[in-house]
Design a protein around this ligand. Structure first.
Ligand SMILES: Nc1ncnc2c1ncn2[C@@H]1O[C@H](COP(=O)(O)OP(=O)(O)O)[C@@H](O)[C@H]1O
Ligand SMILES: [Mg+2]
Length: 620
């Protein structure tokens, strides 16, 4: 949240370079933009013709030239019709521009986000990104066509009014134009104040939204800790600030309008004062004077509109900055220029699908998230064909980091991660992704059915194959128990399923994709012992015949892997099979003992509660 306030504050003056960069989104809208601008120009030119025609009608009536009247009135009506047509055209064009721009910006933004590396998403919250794609894009695209319209119209309208007034009576016109400098100054002053209050209102508004969010999400905690009064007081303070800023904004706006109108009237007054003389001296007819006064009345309008539009543009600048900064992010991980080395090696002859992988190797890998805090220093590890390894150890040891480097979520600062002897950086990202199956602690399910979610692992798979994969990991039992079976909806992000069920689905998905390398990071840590035991069979199925890296908090999960590595401070401090490590009575033995004791407690507690919990021995 604090970041948002910060960004609003930074955008003071109008940053034309920034807006110019966003202009490229207007380029595909060339047609509607042309229509919009030409409508604005035509409008600016014909608007002053209407009072002039009225003046002609008056003069004709005065002079008793009845025969001129039908023609003049016809002209007037035609102008009104044309006016309506133009308004229709530019509203249409503005709508097309806004829709087209929003479409392109969202498309580019989405495509860009898909390319960005993990390190970017470490820094930016999902909510922040969503706001960029929805509210910022909406704000910019709803403003852009109207800014364009008013800019073109305003400039041409001013010129056209001035032109017609000069043509009618140059001396009188100069008197009217005396109001321009004070009008510009006053407008600039008021608009600056309005901008300030608007920014303050928006800032307070987002703080209030955040407070609402916290208040609703945390209501149980708040009540449990009896913090309602404090929460309420904080909320009151924000609402008060909102009220003050809103009032000031309204008062400023309320004062601005009459001031501008008075200045405008001053111009008209001057014209009227001097106009009497012009009339007497015969420089103007009464109809021309009336036309002139009408033109003079409109003279302040484009200045006022332009000032307001520039303020809007400046107010929307924070949105533009954030959107542009997101589009400017470059992915850290890029594909090499050259095609993948030995593209056909390691493929199964008959199907052309990726074959098994013979080795994975970390060679002198250095890695840090922030330079001050190195995580891996000269890390070495070799995993052979078909070997399953487990990484265990206390939280913060670097297990997830090692897995992340293998998945190329991050890249080493020095050293290499090699697959089949080739540095991952020499491969395309697609090469690795099509051979990798990853199951994380909180697997992501997409809204849709269970079947669709499993099929995500291999889009071409048949229904039978989907069900077979679910059967192999032991997921079919719970799926068949659901009312709609495989067609059951999982809800947004899988919210209709329990975390154990989501884990079953993601394991089935991994089995279906039949990856050459399988990585699982704390996938079962949040499950209860009983569910974990049921899932264990599925995991054992996956490990067979492929390179696997399993990270698990519960040591029972990893007992059967080929090699267990104890990781501490970014180093392997012990390795071997479960039995070897227990015999050695080192760190692993220690970890195992501690967990055994704790889980016996847990199991005993569960048994005491419902009477038929799992036996102690099988829980480990
Ligand atoms: N995205 C990240 N940004 C900064 N530091 C991180 C990030 N992820 C992990 N770390 C730090 O790296 C170290 C190793 O973390 P991690 O690999 O997650 O360990 P483990 O999986 O063994 O718990 C920890 O000190 C952790 O604080
Ligand atoms: Mg971890």
């Amino acid at each position: 949240m604090s970041e948002t306030f910060h960004e609003e504050d930074e955008s003071r003056g109008l940053d034309l370079a920034l807006w110019r960069r966003l202009l490229r989104f207007l380029r595909p809208q060339r047609g509607p933009v042309l229509l919009l601008c030409s409508s604005a120009v035509v409008l600016a030119i014909i608007e002053p013709v209407m009072p002039l025609t009225v003046g002609r009608i008056i003069d004709a009536a005065n002079a008793g030239r009845q025969e001129d009247l039908p023609g003049l009135i016809g002209t007037y009506l035609a102008l009104i019709a044309l006016f309506g047509l133009i308004v229709f055209a530019f509203i249409r064009a503005a709508g097309d521009i806004a829709t087209g721009m929003a479409h392109d910006m969202r498309k580019e933004g989405f495509a860009h986000l898909q390319r960005l590396s993990f390190s970017f998403f470490d820094r930016k919250a999902v909510g922040w990104l969503m706001a960029r794609m929805t509210s910022d894009v909406g704000r910019i695209t709803s403003l852009a066509p109207w800014f364009l319209l008013d800019l073109t119209w305003g400039v041409f309208y001013l010129l056209s009014l001035a032109g017609w007034m000069l043509w009618l009576d140059a001396r009188l016109a100069l008197w009217v134009m005396l109001i321009v400098p004070p009008l510009v100054l006053v407008s600039a002053w008021f608009q600056r104040r309005l901008l300030k209050y608007q920014r303050r209102i928006r800032r307070t508004n987002s703080e209030i939204t955040a407070a609402y969010n916290e208040g609703i999400m945390g209501v149980q905690t708040t009540q449990a800790l009896s913090r309602e009064t404090a929460a309420l007081r904080e909320f009151q303070r924000l609402s008060d600030r909102m009220e003050v800023s809103s009032r000031r904004n309204m008062v400023t706006a309320a004062v601005y309008l009459p001031v501008v109108l008075s200045l405008g009237s001053l111009g008209v007054g001057l014209a009227l004062f001097r106009g009497g003389a012009a009339l007497e001296m015969g420089r103007l007819t009464p109809g021309e004077l009336i036309a002139f006064l009408q033109l003079a009345t409109h003279f302040s309008q484009p200045i006022q509109e332009l000032a307001a539009r520039f303020t809007e543009l400046q107010a929307a600048q924070a949105s533009a900055e954030r959107l542009q900064s997101m589009l400017d992010e470059t992915p850290d991980i890029v594909d090499p220029e050259r095609p993948d080395p030995e593209p056909f090696a390691g493929r199964r002859e008959e199907t052309g699908e990726p074959g098994p992988i013979r080795s994975v190797e970390f060679r002198a890998v250095e890695f840090h998230y922030t330079p001050e805090e190195p995580i891996l220093r000269g890390f070495d590890l070799r995993i052979g064909a078909g070997e399953s390894i487990a990484l265990v150890g206390a939280t913060g040891g670097g297990k997830s980091t090692i897995a992340g480097l293998l998945c190329r979520f991050y890249e080493p600062a020095a050293g290499q991660v090699l697959v089949d002897g080739i540095d991952l950086r020499e491969r395309s990202q697609h090469w690795l992704q099509s051979r990798l199956g990853v199951v994380l602690q909180h697997p992501h399910l997409f809204s849709g059915s269970i079947r669709e979610n499993i099929r995500y692992g291999r889009p071409g798979a048949s229904d039978a194959e989907v069900e077979e994969a679910a059967g192999r990991v032991g997921a079919d039992r719970f799926i068949r128990g659901l009312e709609d079976g495989y067609e059951s909806e999982v809800g947004e992000g899988g919210c209709l399923l329990s975390s154990g069920e989501r884990q079953f689905v993601s394991l089935a998905r991994a089995v279906l994709s039949d990856p050459a390398i399988f990585v699982m990071d704390e996938a079962t840590s949040s499950l209860d012992v009983e569910t974990e035991r049921r899932i264990q069979r599925g995991i054992d199925t996956i490990l067979r015949g492929r390179i696997s890296v399993i990270i698990a908090h519960r040591l029972a999960t990893v007992r059967r892997v080929d090699r267990i590595l104890v990781i501490e401070g970014g180093r392997i401090i012990e390795q071997g099979t479960h039995e070897e490590l227990l015999r050695r009575e080192g760190s692993y033995h220690h970890l195992y003992r501690a967990q055994f004791a704790r889980q016996s407690e847990e199991v005993r507690f569960e048994e005491g509660r419902d009477g038929d919990g799992p036996a102690v021995g099988s829980a480990i």
